[in-house]
Design a protein around this ligand. Structure first.
Ligand code: AHR
Length: 308
Protein backbone atom coordinates (compact mmCIF):
# COMPACT_ATOMS: atom_id res chain seq x y z
CA UNK A 1 0.00 0.00 0.00
CA UNK A 2 2.88 2.32 0.79
CA UNK A 3 4.49 1.60 -2.60
CA UNK A 4 1.15 2.26 -4.25
CA UNK A 5 0.99 5.50 -2.27
CA UNK A 6 4.12 6.62 -4.09
CA UNK A 7 6.85 5.76 -1.56
CA UNK A 8 10.04 4.23 -3.02
CA UNK A 9 10.26 0.48 -2.23
CA UNK A 10 13.13 0.69 0.30
CA UNK A 11 11.29 3.41 2.23
CA UNK A 12 8.05 1.45 2.13
CA UNK A 13 9.84 -1.61 3.49
CA UNK A 14 11.43 0.45 6.26
CA UNK A 15 8.06 1.97 7.09
CA UNK A 16 6.53 -1.51 7.33
CA UNK A 17 9.23 -2.77 9.64
CA UNK A 18 8.08 -3.66 13.12
CA UNK A 19 10.26 -2.41 15.96
CA UNK A 20 10.20 -4.23 19.29
CA UNK A 21 11.87 -2.86 22.41
CA UNK A 22 12.78 -5.65 24.83
CA UNK A 23 14.03 -4.89 28.36
CA UNK A 24 15.65 -8.03 29.76
CA UNK A 25 16.28 -8.76 33.46
CA UNK A 26 20.00 -9.43 33.06
CA UNK A 27 22.25 -12.45 32.60
CA UNK A 28 21.86 -14.02 36.04
CA UNK A 29 21.27 -17.63 35.02
CA UNK A 30 21.55 -20.30 32.35
CA UNK A 31 17.79 -19.91 31.96
CA UNK A 32 18.14 -16.18 31.27
CA UNK A 33 20.87 -16.74 28.67
CA UNK A 34 18.60 -19.19 26.83
CA UNK A 35 15.69 -16.74 27.05
CA UNK A 36 17.78 -13.91 25.58
CA UNK A 37 18.96 -16.19 22.77
CA UNK A 38 15.40 -17.27 22.02
CA UNK A 39 14.20 -13.64 21.81
CA UNK A 40 17.11 -12.56 19.58
CA UNK A 41 16.90 -15.57 17.24
CA UNK A 42 13.16 -15.38 16.77
CA UNK A 43 13.18 -11.61 16.17
CA UNK A 44 15.70 -12.19 13.41
CA UNK A 45 13.70 -15.01 11.93
CA UNK A 46 10.47 -12.98 12.04
CA UNK A 47 12.15 -9.94 10.43
CA UNK A 48 11.36 -7.80 13.49
CA UNK A 49 13.84 -5.09 14.44
CA UNK A 50 14.83 -5.72 18.03
CA UNK A 51 16.06 -3.05 20.40
CA UNK A 52 17.50 -5.04 23.28
CA UNK A 53 18.38 -3.65 26.72
CA UNK A 54 20.03 -5.63 29.55
CA UNK A 55 18.98 -4.23 32.95
CA UNK A 56 21.68 -6.09 34.89
CA UNK A 57 19.08 -7.14 37.46
CA UNK A 58 18.32 -3.53 38.40
CA UNK A 59 14.78 -2.19 38.20
CA UNK A 60 15.97 1.40 37.66
CA UNK A 61 17.85 0.31 34.50
CA UNK A 62 14.78 -1.46 33.23
CA UNK A 63 12.58 1.60 33.78
CA UNK A 64 15.16 3.75 31.98
CA UNK A 65 15.22 1.33 29.04
CA UNK A 66 11.42 1.32 28.78
CA UNK A 67 11.38 5.15 28.83
CA UNK A 68 13.96 5.17 26.04
CA UNK A 69 11.78 2.78 23.98
CA UNK A 70 8.80 5.12 24.48
CA UNK A 71 10.90 8.11 23.34
CA UNK A 72 12.02 6.13 20.27
CA UNK A 73 8.36 5.35 19.49
CA UNK A 74 8.89 1.60 19.07
CA UNK A 75 5.83 -0.39 17.94
CA UNK A 76 5.68 -2.76 20.90
CA UNK A 77 7.50 -2.97 24.26
CA UNK A 78 8.13 -6.31 25.95
CA UNK A 79 9.89 -6.87 29.22
CA UNK A 80 10.48 -9.36 31.99
CA UNK A 81 10.11 -7.37 35.22
CA UNK A 82 13.05 -7.70 37.62
CA UNK A 83 10.64 -7.29 40.56
CA UNK A 84 6.85 -7.28 40.65
CA UNK A 85 6.11 -3.84 42.13
CA UNK A 86 6.96 -0.27 41.10
CA UNK A 87 6.31 -0.42 37.35
CA UNK A 88 2.94 1.43 37.45
CA UNK A 89 4.20 4.89 36.42
CA UNK A 90 6.28 3.75 33.43
CA UNK A 91 3.49 1.41 32.28
CA UNK A 92 1.09 4.37 32.35
CA UNK A 93 3.58 6.38 30.27
CA UNK A 94 3.63 3.62 27.65
CA UNK A 95 -0.17 3.48 27.64
CA UNK A 96 -0.39 7.25 27.22
CA UNK A 97 1.99 6.95 24.26
CA UNK A 98 -0.30 4.20 22.85
CA UNK A 99 2.52 1.64 22.78
CA UNK A 100 1.29 -1.86 23.68
CA UNK A 101 3.26 -3.66 26.39
CA UNK A 102 3.73 -7.43 26.63
CA UNK A 103 4.91 -8.94 29.91
CA UNK A 104 7.27 -11.76 29.07
CA UNK A 105 8.14 -14.47 31.61
CA UNK A 106 7.31 -12.47 34.77
CA UNK A 107 4.21 -10.57 35.88
CA UNK A 108 3.81 -7.27 37.71
CA UNK A 109 1.82 -6.55 40.85
CA UNK A 110 -0.50 -3.84 39.45
CA UNK A 111 -4.30 -3.73 39.80
CA UNK A 112 -4.93 -2.05 36.44
CA UNK A 113 -4.44 -4.84 33.93
CA UNK A 114 -5.14 -2.50 31.02
CA UNK A 115 -1.47 -1.48 31.38
CA UNK A 116 -0.38 -4.56 29.40
CA UNK A 117 -1.95 -6.39 26.48
CA UNK A 118 -0.68 -9.85 27.36
CA UNK A 119 1.36 -11.79 29.88
CA UNK A 120 3.12 -14.85 28.48
CA UNK A 121 5.15 -17.23 30.58
CA UNK A 122 5.08 -19.97 33.18
CA UNK A 123 2.73 -20.49 36.09
CA UNK A 124 5.32 -20.08 38.87
CA UNK A 125 2.90 -21.01 41.67
CA UNK A 126 2.19 -24.29 39.92
CA UNK A 127 5.95 -24.90 39.55
CA UNK A 128 6.28 -24.48 43.32
CA UNK A 129 3.39 -26.90 43.83
CA UNK A 130 5.03 -29.43 41.50
CA UNK A 131 8.24 -29.21 43.54
CA UNK A 132 6.21 -29.70 46.74
CA UNK A 133 4.25 -32.65 45.35
CA UNK A 134 7.45 -34.38 44.27
CA UNK A 135 8.83 -34.03 47.80
CA UNK A 136 5.63 -35.23 49.49
CA UNK A 137 5.66 -38.32 47.26
CA UNK A 138 9.35 -38.98 47.90
CA UNK A 139 8.93 -38.76 51.69
CA UNK A 140 5.64 -40.62 51.97
CA UNK A 141 5.71 -43.56 54.34
CA UNK A 142 8.09 -41.79 56.75
CA UNK A 143 6.93 -39.94 59.83
CA UNK A 144 10.32 -38.35 60.52
CA UNK A 145 10.70 -34.58 60.50
CA UNK A 146 11.95 -33.26 57.15
CA UNK A 147 14.14 -30.18 57.63
CA UNK A 148 14.15 -28.04 54.51
CA UNK A 149 16.39 -25.12 53.56
CA UNK A 150 15.16 -22.83 50.81
CA UNK A 151 17.17 -20.74 48.36
CA UNK A 152 14.81 -18.06 47.14
CA UNK A 153 15.08 -16.23 43.84
CA UNK A 154 15.50 -12.46 43.58
CA UNK A 155 13.63 -10.78 46.44
CA UNK A 156 10.36 -9.27 45.26
CA UNK A 157 10.39 -11.03 41.86
CA UNK A 158 7.29 -12.90 40.75
CA UNK A 159 9.05 -16.30 40.49
CA UNK A 160 10.51 -16.01 44.00
CA UNK A 161 7.17 -15.01 45.54
CA UNK A 162 5.08 -17.56 43.67
CA UNK A 163 7.45 -20.55 43.81
CA UNK A 164 7.64 -20.11 47.58
CA UNK A 165 3.87 -19.84 47.85
CA UNK A 166 3.11 -22.91 45.71
CA UNK A 167 5.66 -25.09 47.52
CA UNK A 168 4.44 -24.06 50.99
CA UNK A 169 0.84 -24.63 49.96
CA UNK A 170 1.61 -28.32 49.34
CA UNK A 171 4.01 -29.13 52.19
CA UNK A 172 1.92 -27.30 54.80
CA UNK A 173 -0.59 -30.18 54.65
CA UNK A 174 1.87 -32.31 56.68
CA UNK A 175 3.55 -30.83 59.80
CA UNK A 176 6.57 -33.13 59.39
CA UNK A 177 7.85 -30.73 56.70
CA UNK A 178 9.67 -27.78 58.22
CA UNK A 179 11.42 -24.93 56.40
CA UNK A 180 14.24 -24.21 58.85
CA UNK A 181 16.09 -21.57 56.78
CA UNK A 182 15.04 -19.48 53.81
CA UNK A 183 17.12 -16.80 52.15
CA UNK A 184 17.63 -15.25 48.72
CA UNK A 185 20.41 -16.46 46.43
CA UNK A 186 19.34 -13.94 43.75
CA UNK A 187 19.01 -16.71 41.11
CA UNK A 188 22.82 -16.94 40.67
CA UNK A 189 25.31 -19.81 41.18
CA UNK A 190 27.70 -17.67 43.22
CA UNK A 191 25.01 -16.53 45.66
CA UNK A 192 23.49 -20.02 45.83
CA UNK A 193 26.86 -21.39 46.93
CA UNK A 194 27.48 -18.60 49.42
CA UNK A 195 24.08 -18.89 51.10
CA UNK A 196 24.24 -22.71 51.18
CA UNK A 197 27.61 -22.45 52.95
CA UNK A 198 25.94 -20.29 55.60
CA UNK A 199 23.01 -22.77 55.91
CA UNK A 200 25.46 -25.64 56.38
CA UNK A 201 27.44 -23.73 58.95
CA UNK A 202 24.30 -22.96 60.95
CA UNK A 203 22.40 -26.25 60.58
CA UNK A 204 24.98 -28.85 59.46
CA UNK A 205 23.67 -32.39 59.22
CA UNK A 206 20.18 -31.33 60.33
CA UNK A 207 19.43 -30.36 56.73
CA UNK A 208 17.46 -33.06 54.88
CA UNK A 209 16.27 -31.16 51.81
CA UNK A 210 17.31 -28.17 49.71
CA UNK A 211 14.59 -26.44 47.70
CA UNK A 212 16.20 -23.97 45.26
CA UNK A 213 14.03 -21.62 43.20
CA UNK A 214 16.30 -22.22 40.19
CA UNK A 215 18.89 -24.67 38.88
CA UNK A 216 21.80 -22.23 39.01
CA UNK A 217 21.46 -21.71 42.76
CA UNK A 218 21.15 -25.49 43.23
CA UNK A 219 24.33 -26.03 41.21
CA UNK A 220 26.18 -23.47 43.34
CA UNK A 221 24.80 -25.13 46.49
CA UNK A 222 25.92 -28.59 45.30
CA UNK A 223 29.48 -27.29 45.32
CA UNK A 224 29.05 -26.00 48.89
CA UNK A 225 27.59 -29.36 49.99
CA UNK A 226 30.52 -31.28 48.48
CA UNK A 227 33.04 -28.92 50.03
CA UNK A 228 31.37 -29.57 53.40
CA UNK A 229 32.09 -33.29 52.91
CA UNK A 230 28.47 -34.27 52.25
CA UNK A 231 26.94 -36.07 49.26
CA UNK A 232 24.44 -33.98 47.27
CA UNK A 233 21.22 -35.81 46.35
CA UNK A 234 22.03 -38.49 48.95
CA UNK A 235 22.74 -36.80 52.29
CA UNK A 236 20.63 -33.84 51.18
CA UNK A 237 17.74 -34.25 48.73
CA UNK A 238 17.88 -31.43 46.18
CA UNK A 239 14.92 -29.99 44.26
CA UNK A 240 15.24 -27.10 41.82
CA UNK A 241 13.41 -25.37 39.00
CA UNK A 242 14.10 -24.60 35.30
CA UNK A 243 15.35 -27.83 33.69
CA UNK A 244 18.42 -26.28 32.04
CA UNK A 245 21.17 -28.48 30.60
CA UNK A 246 23.37 -27.85 33.64
CA UNK A 247 20.67 -29.38 35.83
CA UNK A 248 20.40 -32.43 33.60
CA UNK A 249 24.17 -32.87 33.81
CA UNK A 250 23.97 -32.64 37.61
CA UNK A 251 21.15 -35.21 37.65
CA UNK A 252 23.10 -37.57 35.38
CA UNK A 253 26.07 -37.22 37.75
CA UNK A 254 23.73 -38.22 40.62
CA UNK A 255 23.97 -34.84 42.37
CA UNK A 256 20.50 -33.34 41.86
CA UNK A 257 17.27 -35.24 42.53
CA UNK A 258 14.74 -33.38 40.40
CA UNK A 259 14.25 -30.29 38.28
CA UNK A 260 10.81 -28.81 37.66
CA UNK A 261 10.67 -27.43 34.15
CA UNK A 262 10.33 -23.71 33.35
CA UNK A 263 10.78 -23.00 29.67
CA UNK A 264 12.75 -19.91 28.57
CA UNK A 265 11.91 -20.44 24.89
CA UNK A 266 9.39 -17.63 24.72
CA UNK A 267 10.78 -15.91 21.60
CA UNK A 268 8.61 -17.46 18.87
CA UNK A 269 5.29 -16.79 20.63
CA UNK A 270 6.43 -13.29 21.55
CA UNK A 271 7.19 -12.45 17.90
CA UNK A 272 3.87 -13.93 16.80
CA UNK A 273 2.09 -11.74 19.36
CA UNK A 274 3.99 -8.65 18.17
CA UNK A 275 2.99 -9.36 14.56
CA UNK A 276 -0.63 -9.97 15.55
CA UNK A 277 -0.74 -6.70 17.46
CA UNK A 278 0.66 -4.83 14.48
CA UNK A 279 -1.99 -6.45 12.30
CA UNK A 280 -4.66 -5.11 14.65
CA UNK A 281 -5.57 -8.52 16.10
CA UNK A 282 -6.48 -9.10 19.74
CA UNK A 283 -4.09 -11.43 21.53
CA UNK A 284 -4.85 -13.55 24.63
CA UNK A 285 -4.38 -11.71 27.91
CA UNK A 286 -2.57 -14.71 29.42
CA UNK A 287 -0.51 -17.36 27.61
CA UNK A 288 0.71 -20.10 29.97
CA UNK A 289 3.75 -22.19 29.05
CA UNK A 290 3.24 -25.98 29.23
CA UNK A 291 5.90 -27.73 31.32
CA UNK A 292 6.86 -31.01 33.00
CA UNK A 293 8.88 -32.40 35.92
CA UNK A 294 12.17 -34.28 35.40
CA UNK A 295 13.47 -36.53 38.19
CA UNK A 296 17.09 -37.79 37.99
CA UNK A 297 15.90 -41.27 36.91
CA UNK A 298 14.80 -39.95 33.50
CA UNK A 299 17.60 -37.39 33.01
CA UNK A 300 19.86 -39.46 30.72
CA UNK A 301 16.96 -40.46 28.48
CA UNK A 302 15.62 -36.89 28.23
CA UNK A 303 18.94 -35.09 27.88
CA UNK A 304 19.25 -35.44 24.07
CA UNK A 305 15.81 -33.80 23.66
CA UNK A 306 16.64 -30.74 25.75
CA UNK A 307 16.79 -27.47 23.81
CA UNK A 308 18.20 -25.20 26.52
O1 AHR B 1 11.83 -15.63 35.69
C1 AHR B 1 12.33 -16.88 35.47
C2 AHR B 1 13.48 -17.15 36.39
O2 AHR B 1 14.48 -16.17 36.25
C3 AHR B 1 14.21 -18.45 36.17
O3 AHR B 1 13.67 -19.53 36.82
C4 AHR B 1 15.55 -18.13 36.73
O4 AHR B 1 16.53 -19.07 36.44
C5 AHR B 1 15.74 -16.80 36.10
O5 AHR B 1 16.81 -16.12 36.49
Amino acid sequence: ALVAAGLPLHKALAADKIVLGFAQVGAESEWRAANTQSVKDSAKEAGIELKFADAQQKQENQIKAIRAFIAQKVDVIAFSPVVATGFGPVLREAKAAKIPVILSDRSVDEKDDSLWVSFMGSDFTEEGRRAGRWLVEKMKGSKDTVNIVELQGTTGSAPAIERKKGFEEIISADPKFKIIRSQTGDFTRAKGKEVMEAFLKAEGKKINVLYAHNDDMAIGAIQAIEEAGLKPAKDITIISIDGVKGAFEAMMAGKLNVSVECSPLLGPQLMQAVKDLKAGKTIPKRIVTQEGVFPMEVAAKEFPNRKY
